[in-house]
Design a protein around this ligand. Structure first.
Ligand SMILES: Nc1ncnc2c1ncn2[C@@H]1O[C@H](COP(=O)(O)OP(=O)(O)OP(=O)(O)O)[C@@H](O)[C@H]1O
Length: 426
């Protein structure tokens, strides 16, 4: 247990759902013999460990049990079955304002919160300036928190949570309420925490942050732990869940099948010129198939090597097996860690209301200047749309092609703005 900060052992949480409030009442008074409720499992036999110094993310669709597990870990809720062992001082940011008294001023709440966690007044005094600096809400600190905007609330709550020097920080979505600069400041603090070997457990719908900060991710679905593993893999599974391809998610453990290719006409497919990622993901409902794809350099050659600052075309060929209204064609470029760097789709580019008939074949070309820094990237292709109002994935090929950008000069970060530098005297 020494290297484990949180151990979740077969935890279940069952809620009794009554048809009518009076049924609950009758049962409480022992007036009814038969069972008047349905059992609803918010969590169903969930187990996982969080090691000391790890940053672990929890993702899952709405209602999958993410908040419930955090509340059980922090002791806000009791599990119906199983148990949780925690090794270290926890600081948690759960629902907005949990642990705050609305009538008290911000400052009074700082002391109230600090005392609840077990600090003396002197210990809070020592940390007060850091808390105030981090929250940066000015004179509002002397106003009752009921006058705060949700952004101010989260600033103060986060400032308290991180400045009381916890060993384990638990954050539930709270950050999404703050403005981008405050979020950046919080993420910076996350990194500092990680460097100092602290443990972080956080729930977020922001998949880029999950990918960037987590060492490991737990994927929940309808109260079950579906999987845990590398952020990139869990995010891919989660994206499939979002399009309700539950069976496809369950199939993911199986090795990837070779891409199904329809030969269109005589002659070679473009893709023959490329090395394909054997671990790419392919899924969709089959109404459209991406049957070929390529990167074309500024000389018109098929090549995965593109010189920085030259024009290149990313293209895909699709075949419709059904009539499809308003399909959206897309490509995305990720770095090798799985962070989405850029990409676009036909809808964002203003091409809408295409009507495509079964049997038709179309080629979609995205032509652009290559402004990415030199290095290796992965290209994904997709064809999606809204079928009778429901978001539908017709075909996605994720992380399929390797794009190698060759640069004589690289600037900082992912993208080159091609600065023109002038130095003038005086
Ligand atoms: N007090 C309660 N009584 C009955 N059911 C509840 C109660 N609290 C939560 N639930 C149910 O438990 C399930 C899990 O809820 P939870 O809030 O943990 O999900 P979540 O993954 O955090 O969702 P979201 O992403 O929407 O915040 C849901 O089906 C929810 O309706």
């Amino acid at each position: 247990m020494e290297d484990i900060a949180i151990k979740i052992n077969h935890v279940s949480k069952m809620y009794k759902l009554y048809n009518k409030p009076s049924d609950r009442f009758k049962e409480a008074l022992g007036l009814s013999k038969e069972k008047k409720y349905k059992e609803h499992y918010a969590l169903n036999d969930v187990s996982f460990d969080v090691k000391r110094g790890e940053t672990v993310g929890i993702i899952g669709t709405n209602g999958s049990g993410k908040s419930t597990i955090l509340k059980i870990i922090t002791g806000v809720l009791n599990p119906s079955g199983g148990n949780v062992e925690v090794n270290g001082r926890i600081s948690a940011l759960l629902e907005l304002g949990a642990g705050f008294n609305n009538e008290y001023t911000g400052l009074e709440n700082v002391y109230l919160n600090g005392t609840m966690i077990g600090f003396s007044k002197e210990e809070i005094d020592e940390r007060l300036q850091d808390i105030l600096d981090f929250a940066d809400i000015g004179d509002f600190i002397n106003q009752p928190v009921k006058t705060y905007s949700s952004g101010m609330f989260v600033r103060l709550a986060f400032a308290v949570a991180i400045n009381i020097d916890p060993e384990i920080l638990i954050v539930d979505e709270a950050l999404s309420v703050g403005d981008v600069f405050f979020q950046a400041k919080c993420y910076h603090k996350f990194e500092e925490f990680k460097k100092n070997g602290k443990t972080i457990l956080f729930v977020s719908h922001d998949l880029s942050s999950i990918n960037k900060y987590c060492d490991r991710v737990v994927l929940l679905n309808k109260g079950d732990k579906l999987a845990e593993g590398e952020p990139k893999d869990m995010i891919n599974m989660y994206k499939k869940l979002l399009v309700q391809e539950h069976d496809a998610v369950m199939d993911m453990a199986k090795p990837t099948e070779a891409l199904h290719i329809t030969e269109l006409k005589e002659g070679e497919l473009w893709q023959k010129a490329f090395n394909l990622n054997p671990n790419h993901e392919s899924y969709g409902n089959g109404e459209v198939n991406i049957v070929d794809f390529a990167i074309v350099d500024h000389n018109g050659r098929l090549s995965n090597t593109i010189e920085k600052n030259t024009e290149c075309t990313i293209k895909m060929k699709v075949q419709f097996t059904q009539d499809v209204d308003a399909p959206i064609f897309a490509f995305t470029i990720k770095d090798l860690k799985g962070t989405e760097i850029t990409g676009t789709n036909t809808q964002l580019e203003g091409i809408e209301d295409m009507e495509c008939k079964a049997g038709e074949i179309k080629t979609i070309e995205f032509k652009q200047n290559m402004n990415l820094q030199g290095g290796d990237y992965l290209i994904s292709f997709g064809c999606t749309g809204f079928k009778m109002g429901t978001f539908t994935v017709y075909h996605r090929l994720y992380d399929l092609l390797n794009l190698n950008v060759v640069a004589k000069k690289n600037s900082v970060g992912y993208f080159d703005m091609n600065s023109e530098v002038n130095i003038v005297e005086g």
